[in-house]
Design a protein around this ligand. Sequence first.
Ligand SMILES: Nc1ncnc2c1ncn2[C@@H]1O[C@H](COP(=O)(O)OP(=O)(O)OP(=O)(O)O)[C@@H](O)[C@H]1O
Ligand SMILES: [Mg+2]
Length: 238
Amino acid sequence: MVRVEHITKQFSMRHDHSLKELVFSALQRKKLADTFTALHDIDVTVHAGETVGLIGFNGSGKSTLLKTISGVLFPDRGRVLLRGRVAGLIEVGAGFHPDLSGRENVYLNGAILGMSREQIDEKFDEIVAFSEIEEFIDTDVKYYSSGMFLRLAFSVAVHTEPDIFLVDEILSVGDEPFQKKCLARIRELQHAGRTMVIVSHELEMLERLCTRILVLRKGQIIFDGDPVEAVATLRATS
Ligand SMILES: Nc1ncnc2c1ncn2[C@@H]1O[C@H](COP(=O)(O)OP(=O)(O)OP(=O)(O)O)[C@@H](O)[C@H]1O
Ligand SMILES: [Mg+2]
């Protein structure tokens, strides 16, 4: 379903070096590091129907990997092969326009995620009902709270009925009732045989939800397998 083949992703560091740094590096004949390897030779396959968790400390490369799978970023080496339609909730509000109302953004975001106008018309009421922000649907989203943003974004994403659902650390923004509702929805997708990759720092939640967890450390996979062991592995890492 998702085949990640030996992916390496580097970023260029665009910081300005001070004159002092430049002089020192010249004196020491040392090259100043100008690239940073965020993902190092990642090779992983996610099978249809699996719910895979992705855990690791801040900056370990989780979001970069998810963005590479969704096609937002291109790897420098390796490639990603996908079978099916991907819908990702990579960042809260990605694909939302601040100067448009909630209603307009549902259409914009739905279109970005590959829905036709008719499909969105058909699902519109359901999307709004799930988000529970009916009252504010005609307000510009720049006036939304972060939780309201999340509610609408999550609601659009789950209603696109993706084959592969990518979720990046978003559930924590919602309040407890909405988190429960999202989890229930994720379980429904699980039972319907959808494939999911979920990034979160809520380790207990992932332990319960996932069939398998990958642990990333400094851009490399250091564990791939049983959820309980994965969480223990991360906790034993420093
Ligand atoms: N566009 C970019 N340009 C430069 N560096 C980047 C870029 N995107 C990510 N990085 C770097 O890549 C590394 C991995 O970042 P990433 O966002 O994937 O981490 P993460 O595991 O999602 O962390 P978090 O738990 O904080 O969300 C970080 O060091 C980050 O600074
Ligand atoms: Mg991240």
